[in-house]
Design a protein around this ligand. Structure first.
Ligand code: ADP
Ligand code: MG
Length: 225
């Protein structure tokens, strides 16, 4: 519809702006980071303010990186045949410690005979991290996050993430993936937008189902060549 077109046009302008701004911010950020490190190593600056400054710089860095992906996400940079299972196991390992801290187990169920998939591995990692982080952030009282990978007809792979978190109220479901829509105190509201764009770039699709106080299921479907 017209409304959707207008929205996507706006987004592409925002994207171009974001790319420019993000690029400009990166250089001074790198030098700030370096000098802060130097102050610390010379014991000139190490007090409680140092940690705050470093954390804030990391946060700027994180937001800038998300913006960079938002700005040019349709471009799948590399296209190599990769094993989904090993990519996912990697991510689970990466987030496992963080999950443990809040009593969350991340379990995986891989169907046998999942073929290799042509993808940009780093982009898919970003997708899996974004989804799993949301799941972890929704589960403050522990539980299990289940990741299932299945062959579905015809020539498609389903990657399903099931969490037992707080869930999403029905009226908020249409807002998911809109830039800056976040219900978190420190959220950017960019994670699902980036995720969506990357999946689109891989000619796949994403859908989210949720029940408040029961949990959320995120489905990613990717085509096999
Ligand atoms: P952020 O995590 O920075 O808030 P996202 O784009 O990743 O931004 O997510 C947008 C919003 O969608 C979140 O603020 C949250 O309200 C909701 N959301 C996403 N995933 C989940 C989930 N697994 N459980 C509950 N809410 C979720
Ligand atoms: Mg998020």
């Amino acid at each position: 519809t017209d409304e959707m077109l207008r929205k996507s046009e706006k987004l592409s302008v925002v994207g171009q702006l974001a790319a420019g701004v993000a690029h400009e911010i990166r250089n001074p950020l790198t030098s700030l980071k370096g000098f802060l490190q130097l102050l610390n190593s010379k014991n000139l600056g190490h007090n409680k303010y140092f940690d705050i400054m470093q954390a804030e710089i990391e946060r700027i860095n994180f937001i800038v990186n998300e913006f960079m992906i938002v700005s040019n996400p349709q471009v799948v940079r590399s296209q190599e045949e990769k094993n989904l299972e090993s990519i996912l196991e990697n991510i689970v390992l990466l987030l496992g410690a963080q999950a443990n801290l809040i009593n969350v187990q991340i379990a995986t169920e891989f169907e046998s005979d999942i073929p290799l998939i042509k993808c940009d591995e780093n982009q898919l990692k970003q997708v899996f991290i974004n989804i799993l982080k949301n799941a972890l952030e929704a589960m403050d009282s522990g539980g299990v996050i289940l990741i299932q990978v299945k062959n579905i007809q015809p020539n498609k792979i389903l990657i399903r993430f099931i969490d037992q978190g707080i869930g999403i109220p029905e009226e908020q479901i249409p807002k998911l993936g809109e830039p800056f829509h976040s219900t978190k105190e420190y959220g950017t509201g960019l994670g699902l937008m980036v995720t969506n764009k990357i999946i689109e770039g891989h000619r796949g699709s994403m859908s989210i189902k949720s029940k408040v106080n029961q949990g959320t299921t995120v489905d990613i479907i990717l085509p096999i060549e």
